[in-house]
Write a protein that binds this ligand. Structure first.
Ligand SMILES: [Zn+2]
Length: 352
């Protein structure tokens, strides 16, 4: 394992960021290359701890000559966000200086222009430098996994339709409970990678990308940082690397049996008013149309001071907010359903 650091000068005197990059060199130059990062939203650590254990296994494999394709791992992709603690609370999703989501505004370029990502880096503030460096590394690989997590959540992934159903091997290896098929139109990291491949020949859009993969994996909820889950996920990532011929080893073939639905089939349950939320149903449960999912206590103690919220259609509860004081229009749940939601959705990502 080779460990190096990308140095990112801070935007104010006296600050510098350091981004450790772990590399395992494969012995077969024809094998697929993989890039895996975690915690781009700085407080999302299930992937970081899974990669800790995966690297242990990869070092063992390396000592036995078992690394076939090049592997690049960035276990903690966002040192800038990780330092943004205000009033005792981490803000790892948005860059406080520019008010942008750390997982949006990645440059949408053709892979033919990959080298330009790291030219003239001094022209960019630290957050943009970080994004350009991460995207540059990812575009050196064939397979790209961006490990995130949700709030209270099952394990699921956002996968561009261009990679489906080939990517079912990843869903099976990690034992995912659902897959959301996206249309690939945003500036999120995973979609910027896909964009670069689709427009390899500028002006010509490829709709299938065989042999390639770029996904956002939601490794359950933000509090699911746990030694048993981390080792299970490390095992899952290992299985995927073996399946794709990047590491050599034995794995039992498994199949993905969960739902794979388009983003349009995700119902987002929103609070019609603010108040204290009482959830009647939990993540992982299948619900029927009309089931009471939550009650918002809007005027405690007063007659009629609660509002019941019902399932708009049958589906599997993927996520739930961990907040119990919720705001008007706040997202409470994501439900993966069999049919498209009647609620209108902006193209691109489900959330800001
Ligand atoms: Zn995230």
């Amino acid at each position: 394992m080779d460990v190096s650091e990308i140095i990112i000068p801070g935007d104010t005197p006296g600050t510098t960021w350091r981004l450790p990059v772990l590399r395992f060199a494969g012995h077969d130059p024809k094998a697929a290359k993989v890039y895996i990062q975690a915690a781009l939203h700085a407080g999302e650590l299930p992937g970081t701890v899974a990669l800790h254990f995966l690297c242990e296994r990869l070092r063992q494999a390396e000592s036995e000559g078992g690394i076939v394709g090049d592997i690049t791992i960035v276990p903690q992709a966002n040192p800038i966000g990780a330092a943004q603690s205000h009033f005792g609370e981490l803000q790892g999703r948005f860059d406080l200086g520019s008010r942008t989501n750390f997982n949006r505004d990645f440059p949408l370029i053709s892979i033919a222009d990959r080298a330009t990502l790291i030219e003239d880096l001094d022209d960019y503030p630290a957050t943009d430098r970080l994004k350009r460096q991460l995207l540059h590394m990812a575009l050196g690989a064939d397979l790209v996994l961006d490990l995130h997590c949700d709030d209270e959540s099952l394990q699921y992934a956002y996968i561009d339709e261009a990679f489906w159903p080939e990517a079912a091997d990843l869903a099976a290896a990690l034992d995912m409970q659902a897959v959301l098929l996206s249309d690939g139109e945003s500036s999120a990291f995973e979609e910027a990678v896909g964009f670069a491949w689709k427009y390899e020949i500028p002006g010509e859009r490829r709709s299938r990308l065989p042999g390639r993969l770029s996904v956002t994996v939601e490794l359950r909820g933000k509090r699911d940082v746990d030694p048993a889950l981390a080792k299970k996920d490390a095992d899952g990532l290992w299985r995927f690397l073996v399946t794709r011929g990047i590491a050599s080893g034995e794995t039992a073939a498994t199949a993905f049996s969960g739902p794979a639905v388009p983003l349009d089939n995700v119902e987002i349950l929103r609070a019609p008013e603010g108040g204290a939320v009482l959830f009647h149903r939990n993540i992982g449960e299948r619900v029927a149309e009309g089931d009471v999912l939550a009650t918002i206590v809007t005027r405690p103690g007063q007659p009629g001071g609660g509002i019941d919220l019902h399932a708009p259609q049958a589906g599997l509860i993927l996520t739930r907010t961990s907040d119990r004081l919720v705001r008007r229009r706040g997202d409470l749940m994501k439900i993966a359903c069999d049919n498209p939601s009647k609620a209108s959705r902006k193209a691109g990502t489900l959330e800001n």
